[in-house]
Design a protein around this ligand. Structure first.
Ligand SMILES: [Zn+2]
Length: 426
């Protein structure tokens, strides 16, 4: 038995024949006594849920299902199937989109429907509900990254499809072995480093509570007061000679403790998407997987398009866009990831084995995408950033110093954080 809803996702349950009879009596049925596929969680339905109490004595798990039904919105429509829906990405989405349309619910899957991008791409979104992508049984699992299967590799750890440090508690990849999971730690740490100070500044909790920034020049302390305490050390702002002509100026603070390699950020973003994309596409992405899992770097990558958001995503949300036609002018896959108040839009780059000109191809792809983004998402302004560099760099934090009237030369002024960092050059 599978139930697909808009507000609470998917529920599945295997019931014995005897229990099934009383269970299905809570649903609306046709003349033959078969429950309809389309059901409504109206008040009549909710009052019938007490019937489930009698089943709970012999099948305690039914209580979960009972509260699942109770929590459905009043008059919400849902789908009921007398079989277990397969776990693959596409069939689950097919039903979810269908029921969201029936409920006219502006879910994350449909909120992009207003945009013309749907003419070129099919969209799969993750992050709004709990999802395990890949094979359920450990013995049947094959790692999508190293290609090894159980028992050659183990699958004991729960692999987060997107790092837990970014707030992900909902999306997991079953097809990621323990050894690949461990290896990705380095990439994930670097991605976190690239935005670590935002987690402190916006007081977003990690696994161990609120996070602090302890860097040579900048400290953000969340231990003592309800507001983050921001302090700068070892910085001396000497006012320039022409202080009467300026109101303030910007400079960059270094945070050598939060280092990352830009190309590893791109690898990490691709890893997130590779953990979630339907497995049938993986054969097209072998060169991408090879690049992500190796220490090798490419000479040139496509841009990543970023922007500041007005809303805040405490848990990351990701949309995977798969081209729905053959025209090779557009990339086959691109991805939008929402973390905190940042969106990253990036192509899953395909590196052709014998293509020595891939750098040139990416340049033309960049141009195509930059034009297309204006058409697909009118009114949204993205900033192009090049993450090809393979040199370590530290979290770029821009600081602003206001110069009040009457300031004297060589006077010390307290800097303040500038929040437009995301649009800055790397
Ligand atoms: Zn593996």
């Amino acid at each position: 038995m599978s139930i697909v809803t808009s507000s609470h996702g998917l529920a599945k349950s295997a019931l014995s024949k005897e229990l099934l009879f009383s269970f299905i009596s809570i649903f609306k049925m046709n003349a033959n006594g078969d429950p309809y596929t389309l059901q409504t969680a109206d008040s009549e339905f909710k009052s019938k849920l007490t019937i489930l109490e009698s089943i709970s004595k012999s099948f305690p798990k039914i209580n979960c299902l009972k509260s699942f039904f109770q929590n459905l919105e009043t008059d919400e429509k849902f789908l009921l199937f007398n079989f277990l829906i397969e776990d693959d990405v596409e069939s689950t989405f097919k039903y979810k989109i269908a029921i969201d349309n029936i409920n006219k619910k502006p879910s994350i899957i449909s909120h992009t429907d207003d945009y013309s991008v749907v003419n070129d791409y099919v969209i799969y979104c993750f992050g709004d509900e709990k999802r395990y992508v890949g094979r359920k049984k450990k013995e049947e699992r094959i790692c999508r990254f190293c290609g090894l299967s159980y028992p050659e590799v183990t699958f004991d750890k729960k692999a987060h499809a997107i790092s837990e440090s970014l707030g992900n508690k909902k999306i997991f990849c079953n097809d990621e072995c323990d050894s690949c999971n461990k290896n990705f730690g380095k990439l994930e740490q670097q991605f976190y480093n690239s935005i670590a100070f935002l987690f402190s500044l916006y007081q977003r909790k990690g696994k161990e509570g609120l996070r602090n920034i302890k860097s040579k020049f900048l400290q953000i302390d969340n231990n003592s007061s309800p507001q983050p305490k921001i302090s700068f050390k070892n910085i001396r702002v000497d006012l320039p000679e022409n202080i009467h002509d300026i109101n303030g100026f910007h400079f960059e603070v270094e945070t050598p403790e939060y280092k990352f390699i830009p190309q590893n950020i791109y690898k990490c973003l691709c890893k997130y998407a590779l953990s979630l994309i339907a497995s049938k596409y993986l054969s097209k992405l072998t060169s991408t997987i090879k690049w992500v899992t190796s220490e090798n770097f490419e000479k040139k990558l496509p841009y990543i398009w970023v922007r500041d958001l007005s809303e805040m995503y405490d848990e990351p949300l990701i949309g995977i866009y798969i081209r729905n036609h053959l025209s090779a002018e557009l990339p086959l896959f691109f991805v939008r990831l929402f973390v905190l108040n940042i969106e990253y839009l990036f192509i899953l780059p395909l590196f052709e084995e014998d293509d020595s000109n891939s750098a040139r191809n990416f340049i033309s792809l960049n141009e195509v995408i930059s034009v297309k983004l204006k058409e697909w998402f009118p009114g949204i302004k993205f900033f192009e950033k090049d993450y090809s560099s393979t040199e370590y760099q530290s979290l770029p934090i821009t600081v602003t110093v206001e110069v009040p009237e009457g300031s004297q030369k060589n006077e010390f002024l307290e800097p303040t954080l500038n929040n437009t960092w995301v649009c800055d050059e790397l």
